[in-house]
Design a protein around this ligand. Structure first.
Ligand SMILES: Nc1ncnc2c1ncn2[C@@H]1O[C@H](COP(=O)(O)OP(=O)(O)O)[C@@H](O)[C@H]1O
Ligand SMILES: [Mg+2]
Length: 311
């Protein structure tokens, strides 16, 4: 989508007009300068200038952020870092392949671009061939691959935090089909698309398309929970969030020294864990999913913008 047509850009324009802030936009609405009473502040992409730039970069580095959380004893998905061969001059030249294969021996892995977003270049890896494919794809455009153990995720939540307070919580619901005991995945999928129930999904391979899910069985169309890959957001009541979750999210923001963030949490058999911390607060899919969601996202962005002019 063109930036200028996004809910996000519309929200920033509305807030600035309502608050008497002069707004200049650059680079196809990717960057903004906000001016009020001799003060100026910048928004770049989804970065609001509330987080120091080093904190922002630490959070966007999946390996470093997970190392910090591990040191702070915060339950989180540990992401090891394997640098691209082109970086061997900085890493000591030992190479990564033996260690990667040893990790794979222990079970399924998830390999990612260490700096990625939106679920791009995130691969589930079960075999050596899949590992080679994932590494090859990731190193084409990234200097570092983050590798973690595959987790059996019961639910994945996104929590938006502003100055230690949870301002928004939603559950990410992956696109799925419900079996009727007779139809194949291919038929159920075609019907769901025709009814407009499904918009974005990973195309299942031939063997999957011919499977027949049992009656009332939930067949997931994507193992990833990214909103940009077909998942939808189900808003949650903040006062009803589990105490363990709330405490972990607040500890995480504090440990990383981050003021404005969206924190992704997963629930597994072992309890809640931090999956990732995004220093950029992107609520485009959420804000576009309904009028109330738009109002909620706008209220959060308004407070973030006003805080940029404090002090
Ligand atoms: N270790 C893991 N186990 C199971 N699923 C995972 C794991 N890591 C990531 N995922 C799934 O993939 C999605 C994208 O991974 P994430 O680390 O959030 O990358 P990105 O920053 O590109 O969104 C997550 O939302 C989650 O559903
Ligand atoms: Mg993510």
């Amino acid at each position: 989508m063109e930036n200028s047509k996004s809910s996000y850009v519309k929200i920033i324009n509305e807030i600035c007009a309502e608050e008497g802030i002069k707004l200049s936009s650059y680079s196809y609405d990717w960057a903004f300068c906000l001016r009020k009473d001799q003060k100026r502040a910048f928004i770049l992409g989804y970065q609001f200038g509330l987080n120091p730039s080093s904190v922002q970069q630490v959070c966007n580095d999946k390996n470093i952020a997970s190392e910090v959380l591990k040191e702070e004893d915060i339950p989180s998905v540990y992401h090891a870092c394997f640098m691209a061969p082109s970086m061997l001059q900085y890493t000591g030249g030992k190479g990564s392949w033996k260690a990667l294969l040893a990790e794979l021996e222990k079970g399924t892995l998830v390999c990612k671009d260490n700096y990625g977003t939106g679920g791009n270049l995130v691969f589930k890896v079960r075999t050596q061939a899949e590992l080679e494919q994932a590494a090859s794809d990731i190193y084409k455009s990234s200097e570092a691959m983050a590798v973690c153990r595959y987790e059996d995720i019961q639910s994945e939540y996104r929590l938006v935090v502003l100055d230690g307070e949870i301002r928004l919580a939603f559950s990410k619901i992956r696109p799925s089909l419900t079996g009727d005991g007779v139809s194949t995945v291919g038929k159920l999928l075609a019907e769901a698309i025709a009814k407009g129930q499904i918009h974005s999904f990973l195309v299942p391979n031939e063997a999957e398309l011919s499977k027949v899910p049992a009656k009332d069985e939930t067949y997931l169309l994507n193992w990833k929970h990214n909103l940009g890959q077909g998942a939808s957001a189900l808003t949650l009541s903040i006062p009803d969030l589990e105490e363990e979750l709330v405490s972990l999210v607040k500890k995480t923001a504090k440990a990383l020294g981050i003021r404005f963030a969206s924190i992704d949490m997963i629930k597994t058999k072992a309890g809640w864990k931090v999956l990732e911390v995004n220093a950029g607060v992107m609520m485009e899919h959420f804000a576009s999913s309904g009028e109330n969601q738009y109002i909620t996202a706008k209220a959060i962005y308004r407070d973030a913008i006003l805080k940029m002019f404090e002090g």
